[in-house]
Design a protein around this ligand. Structure first.
Ligand code: AIR
Length: 170
């Protein structure tokens, strides 16, 4: 449906299980993804080289997930004008359930925007949906827009049907 790609990068292999939700969401919508493990602190040069290659390869949105001192999304946003979505993750030594990563990702200086989503799994899934919605802006026929809309409704229905949510709605 779309030839635009979404690039997903995370700071460590320990982030893979959570960030998989972003890739799964996009692949479910028929959007091509590529995934890398690169760190703003551990592999800064490789990160820059990879970011420099994105635009020319058809990537239109970048999703970045990191925990702890989560500067990955900010570092990527400093190097590109592609829209960057930041997913704060819960590192093994996280402070206050990921508040460290949330603040590191969201508190960007003026001029370097990062669209920050929720901490952890809901954030990773939402990053995938948000990236799809950004790509859908260019969808003249609105076919892709309808697909994203249907996908979101399915998630809402599935979650509303979970026993804990049914009990809450009563
Ligand atoms: N991280 C890696 N480089 C910079 C940062 N902030 C993050 C990873 C991961 C956490 O540090 O994104 O969430 C712990 O990584 P590891 O490799 O020690 O498990």
């Amino acid at each position: 449906m779309t030839t635009s790609k979404v690039a997903i990068v995370m700071g460590s292999t320990s982030d893979q299980a959570t960030m998989r939700l972003a890739a799964d969401t996009l692949e479910g919508l028929g959007i091509e993804t590529e995934t890398r493990v690169l760190s703003a602190h551990r592999t800064p040069e490789a990160l820059r080289e990879w970011v420099d290659s994105l635009d020319g390869r058809g990537v239109r949105v970048v999703i970045c997930g990191a925990g702890g001192a989560a500067h990955l999304a900010g570092a990527v946003a400093a190097l590109t004008t592609l829209p960057v979505i930041g997913v704060p993750l819960v590192a093994p030594n996280a402070i206050a359930g990921g508040l460290d990563a949330l603040l590191s990702t969201v508190q960007m200086p003026r001029g370097i925007p990062v669209a920050t989503v929720a901490v952890g799994e809901p954030g990773a899934a939402n990053a995938g949906i948000l990236a799809a919605e950004i790509l859908a802006i260019g969808d003249e026929l609105r076919v892709f827009v309808a697909r994203v809309d249907r996908f979101k409704r399915q998630i809402d229905f599935a979650l509303a049907d979970q026993p804990k949510n049914r009990a809450r709605a009563r």
